[in-house]
Design a protein around this ligand. Structure first.
Ligand code: GLU
Length: 188
C-alpha cells in the first residue's frame, strides 16, 4: 500500500502531483503514474516502473498541460511491477488510482468480463475502474456511481477517480486507510 496525490488547481497540476509523489517516496513503491484531464478535454496518462524521477522525466519529455489530475505510487500486491499494472487505470473516460487490496475482485471481474469489459492488467484495481464505469455509463452521476461501486467492495482502500465529463470534479474515498483533504485558495 503506497500513496495517492490528487489535485485541482488554477495552476498546472502535473508538477504539483509529482512533487506530492516525491513526498511519499519514503513509503517505498515499485512504479508511479499520473492521469490528467488535458487541455483538449481528453485523458492524458503517463506511467513508469521505477522511481518517481522516471515519471517526472516522461512528463518533462512530453508535458501534460491541465489543472486537474490524480497520481499514484504503487506497491504491487496483484501482478508484477510493470507499466501495464501501474496506476492510473482507465475505463472509458474514467481514470482511477487505488492503494490497498480488494478481496472480492475476482467475483467482480467475472461479472464485468461477462458485460464485455476487457482487462489489460493483472491488478485488483482495474476491476474497480471498470465497476465505476459500468455504473456511471448508465447514470451519468460520478459521485453516486462511486458510492454504489464502493458499496460492493470488500477490503481496505484509499482511492481517487476523475472523469473527463466532469472537468472540475475530483473524487476520493477511503476505508481502513487514511485520506486527507486539503482546502486551499484556488487549489485543493
Ligand atoms: N492492489 C493494487 C495493485 O496491486 C494496489 C497496490 C498499492 O496499494 O499500491 O495494483
Amino acid at each position: 500500500m503506497c500513496g495517492i496525490v490528487g489535485g485541482v488547481s488554477g495552476l498546472e497540476i502535473a508538477p504539483i502531483l509529482i512533487e506530492g509523489l516525491r513526498r511519499l517516496e519514503y513509503r517505498g513503491y515499485d512504479s508511479a503514474g499520473v492521469a490528467i484531464i488535458g487541455e483538449s478535454g481528453g485523458l492524458d496518462v503517463r506511467k513508469a516502473v521505477g522511481k518517481v524521477q522516471q515519471l517526472a522525466d516522461l512528463v518533462e519529455e512530453k508535458p501534460m498541460p491541465g489543472t486537474l489530475g490524480i497520481s499514484h505510487t504503487r506497491w504491487a500486491t496483484h501482478g508484477v511491477p510493470s507499466t501495464a499494472n501501474a496506476h492510473p487505470h482507465v475505463s472509458g473516460n474514467i481514470a482511477f488510482v487505488h492503494n490497498g487490496i480488494i478481496e472480492n475482485y475476482k467475483e467482480l471481474k467475472e461479472s464485468l468480463t461477462a458485460k464485455g469489459y476487457e482487462f489489460v492488467s493483472e491488478t485488483d484495481t482495474e476491476t474497480i475502474a471498470h465497476l465505476i464505469h459500468s455504473i456511471y455509463k448508465d447514470s451519468g452521476d460520478l459521485f453516486e456511481s462511486l458510492k454504489t461501486a464502493i458499496g460492493q467492495l470488500k477490503g481496505a482502500y484509499g482511492l481517487s477517480v476523475l472523469c473527463t465529463d466532469k472537468p472540475d470534479e475530483l473524487l476520493g474515498a477511503r476505508s481502513g486507510s487514511p485520506l486527507v483533504i486539503g482546502l486551499g485558495i484556488d487549489e485543493n
